[in-house]
Design a binder for this molecule. Structure first.
Ligand SMILES: Nc1nc2c(ncn2[C@@H]2O[C@H](COP(=O)(O)OP(=O)(O)OP(=O)(O)O)[C@@H](O)[C@H]2O)c(=O)[nH]1
Ligand SMILES: [Mg+2]
Length: 305
């Protein structure tokens, strides 16, 4: 996982890049031209691993500061020095508080979560995974089939509901998605510890009607949490989508899907560093259990394993 990013950062290889290796032995006050070159190149090459330019610049500057003139202690290897520098750089730029979604949902009933995102990014699949997770945690779960726009969407989410034994509230195709959410919330309010998950239609940046509709669902459903699903394969576009949806409805955090599909891994850094909002989960497959609680430690573990 995240091979591309590992390669660009110079970790996960046997040998530390020669430029770093040389500079580490140079010591304080000696020329550090090689390190400059390395961190300069790094800035550019991180872009290829889906890290945005501003974040690549931050990483390269921070690594430079950390490695410049660094002396290796006895018993320490160059690999360790580089890894520690990379780790602490990532911690500096990408630490974001990730609230416990179960605890949040326990604080209010029904707790309403609205999923938004571009077409095909994994809203419906993630809605089912979320629903399954809440059910396993003892919640009464209702799914609102608020994608009334795409043909087959209601059937798709209903099938998930059947598979999981979870109630899906639906209207007819072409109906008002906000009204579906309203009904789902009404239904859920009869239960003590309930969660409503609102699946919505995919939005394109240029589709004004769908964007307006999304705002209307928000007004009516008044969700406690709005989560944007982002496809890990969308690379640097993920940050654009994040900004666009945040501007349109305000998002509380993200689910990053399809990281099993050879994602480069850099978009995670960009999202955390630039949006300063949590990634709640990552989707790593098409099964309901392929859903991982995201944490920076998990990410670092994957990067350094
Ligand atoms: N490999 C993999 N595939 C995923 C993951 N999440 C979703 N998918 C697949 O991505 C495709 C699109 O997923 P959906 O959940 O339908 O996406 P959506 O955002 O609801 O799509 P629209 O409703 O058309 O906007 C499906 O084939 C899913 O099985 C994941 O984490 N890993
Ligand atoms: Mg869908």
């Amino acid at each position: 996982m995240f091979e591309k990013l590992k390669e660009k950062l110079g970790i996960g290889k046997k040998d530390v890049p020669k430029e770093i290796s040389d500079s580490l032995t140079t010591g304080i006050g000696k020329p550090i031209g090689n390190l400059k070159e390395y961190t300069g190149d790094l800035k550019i090459s991180l872009l290829e691993a889906d890290v945005s330019l501003p974040v690549s610049e931050k990483i390269s500057a921070s690594l430079y500061d950390k490695l410049n003139g660094k002396r290796i202690k006895i018993g320490e290897s160059r690999e360790e020095v580089l890894m520690e520098a990379v780790k602490s750089t990532i911690r500096e730029i990408a630490t974001v508080n990730i609230p416990d979604i179960i605890k949040m949902a326990e604080s209010k009933s029904p707790y309403v979560i609205m999923l938004v995102g571009m077409n095909g990014t994994g809203k419906t699949t993630s809605a089912a995974k979320l629903a399954d997770m809440f059910k396993r945690n003892g919640f009464y779960v209702v799914i609102s089939a608020s994608d009334t726009f795409r043909a087959g969407a209601i059937e798709q989410i209903s099938l998930h509901g059947d598979n999981l034994g979870i109630k899906v509230i639906k209207h007819n195709a072409g109906g008002d998605p906000a009204a579906v959410a309203f009904d789902a919330i009404k239904h859920a309010s009869r239960f003590k510890k309930a969660v409503v998950i609102v699946d919505t239609a995919g939005r394109m940046q240029n589709n004004k009607n769908l964007l307006e509709e999304m705002k209307k669902i928000k007004r009516v459903a008044n969700p406690d949490l709005i989560i944007l699903t982002l496809d890990a394969l969308s690379g640097n576009d993920a940050i654009n989508q994040a900004r666009m949806f945040d501007e349109a409805v305000g998002v509380n955090g993200f689910i990053l899907t399809k990281i099993d599909a050879d994602a480069k891994g850099g978009s995670i850094l960009t999202l955390l560093a630039e949006m300063k909002k949590p990634i709640f989960f990552v989707g790593n497959g098409q099964n309901y259990q392929d859903f991982i609680n995201f944490s920076l430690d998990w990410y670092l573990d994957k990067l350094f394993s």
